[in-house]
Each structure stands twice: as structure tokens, then as C-alpha cells.
Design a protein around this ligand. Sequence first.
Ligand code: HEM
Length: 124
Amino acid sequence: MAGKTLYERLGNYNAISAVVDAMMRRMAGDARLSKYFIGHGENSKKRLRQFQVNMICEATGGPCFYTGRDIKTVHKGLGINGEDWQVLISHILSVLETFKVPEAEQTELMSLISNLKSDIVEKT
Ligand code: HEM
């Protein structure tokens, strides 16, 4: 595994896409998070999904380029709180378990995601 990017160790583009899709399904199925997406049509959700895939692909060393808005700007004013954040983190961890992502890769990915917390969470 030496020298391999996190992107490669996660299983490349298709694996990352599958993880994002599963995460979005869980968000949509959890009222604590789905309330933030009320009024988003199918196309807006697909667009958001694609932004997330590209962002994670790029951040893990893959051949993608994130063309979305910066993360702080896009979440500003949504009023996401610390509990929402914890709910999302638990869903992501369950998804990574379901996909049998090894612990080292889980830790690396979760650390990238955790770095975004202060830009996304506005309330305690
Ligand atoms: C509880 C946590 C989160 C909630 C409730 C949430 C909610 C949302 C909502 C409602 C939007 C659409 C905003 C709009 O179009 O006006 C959005 C956009 C976005 N979010 Fe999140 N988000 C969360 C965490 C995250 C995390 C952890 C990531 C990255 C891994 C992320 C990445 C993005 C991206 C890339 C966009 C789209 C950027 C764009 O349209 O240019 N979000 N989020």
C-alpha cells in the first residue's frame, strides 16, 4: 500500500461515489438532516451529490477538480448545529463500516471531513 493515495486505497472513483450515494440516502432518510434539503429538487440533489464526489475525490488525491462554492459560504445561514454534525458523522461511519473500509482509511477520511466542521457548524 506504500505510496498509494487515499483515493486509491478507498477504491477509486466508483467506491467514493458509492459511499457518497449511501451517505446522501441516509441524510434523506433522517429527519434531523433531511429538513435542510426541503425544496431541493431531484436535479439540485444530483448536483450536490456530484459536488461532494468531486470534492472528496480531489481531497483524497484523485484526478478530480472541485468546482463548487467554498464550503463555508455554501453552508452559511443554514444554522447547522453540533448535534446535526454528530448525526452526520455517525451515518458516515456506518456507511464506511458497511463498505468494509479498513480502519486506517476510515481515520484518514474522517480527519479530512472533521477539518470542515468549523466551516459548516454555526451553532453549538
Ligand atoms: C450536518 C451536516 C451538513 C448539512 C446539514 C449540509 C447541508 C447542505 C445543504 C442544505 C446544502 C445546499 C446549500 C445550497 O445549495 O444553498 C449543502 C451544500 C454542500 N455541502 Fe453540505 N451539509 C453538511 C455537511 C457537509 C459535509 C461534511 C460536506 C463535505 C464532505 C459537505 C459538502 C457540501 C457541498 C460540496 C455542497 C455544494 C456546494 C455548491 O453547491 O457549490 N456538506 N450542504
